[in-house]
Design a protein around this ligand. Structure first.
Ligand code: 13P
Length: 238
């Protein structure tokens, strides 16, 4: 990695490790405007910039309970420039609580990374779990999903990568958390931290609770916290 100084390498590696520190994973709030249109339509909310801002504020203003569950938040470009109701930039709101902010950078960058032998210790992988497709008639147990997911990772992801943060990829919140737990309990050697980068599985209940109504904001935030805390329950024995 001739272009990276030792200090830069240390910073990248430490950033990656902080995001996946024990009990933590990623809140993927990086839905594009088009993806948000689909999510908001489900709860009868118009896809305006203000409504996207309000829903994301519900997540980002959750109290300190999420500090121990969420290591990083991925923003969509638009969110980088948005502020809370009382004028605090969302980036500051998240950073002030010790959570890292990232921004989605979607396929040319990945191609360039591979061409340029990117420093793996400073990266995290964000893959899908290996689950049966929606039209598949066969039911697979969480243990089978976990075995297939960890096997696929063991065959492809070098141990130098500090963490693998699985997407929820259209699974229900319940399903995604059960699968993540099975993945962590899978009896294969796993040289990486295995955690989450959930979009829908951290936001679906909050979105349903909100439905675009101001009076539902607190309940919506509570739903988000509940989903985040359930992912590694042993870490939060309060
Ligand atoms: P889903 O969990 O909704 O699949 O989104 C995950 C993600 O990381 C998107 O960037």
């Amino acid at each position: 990695f001739p272009t990276l100084s030792e200090a830069q390498k240390r910073e990248l590696h430490e950033t990656a490790l902080r995001i996946v520190s024990p009990g933590k994973g990623i809140l993927a709030a990086d839905e594009s405007v088009g993806s948000m249109a689909k999510r908001l339509a489900q709860v009868g909310v118009e896809n305006t910039e203000e409504n996207r801002r309000q829903f994301r504020q519900i997540l980002f203003s959750a109290d300190d309970r999420i500090n121990s569950c969420i290591g990083g938040v991925i923003f969509f470009h638009e969110t980088l420039y948005q502020h809370s109701d009382n004028g605090v930039p969302f980036v500051k709101l998240i950073r002030d609580r010790g959570i890292l902010v990232g921004v989605k950078v979607l396929a040319a960058v990945y191609k360039a990374m591979s061409d340029h032998h990117v420093y793996l210790e400073g990266t995290l992988l964000k893959p899908n779990m290996v689950t049966p497709g929606h039209s598949c008639p066969t039911k697979y147990s969480p243990e089978e999903v976990a075995m297939a997911s960890v096997t696929a990772m063991r065959r492809t992801v070098p141990p130098a990568v500090p963490g693998i943060c699985f997407l929820s990829g259209g699974q229900s919140e319940e399903e995604a958390s059960i699968h993540l737990s099975a993945i962590n309990n899978c009896p294969l050697a796993k040289p990486w931290v295995l955690t989450f980068s959930f979009g829908r599985a951290l936001q679906a209940s909050a979105l349903r609770a909100w439905r675009g109504h101001k009076e539902n904001e607190k309940t919506a935030t509570e739903q988000f916290i509940k989903r985040a805390e359930v992912l590694f329950p042993d870490m939060y024995c309060r």
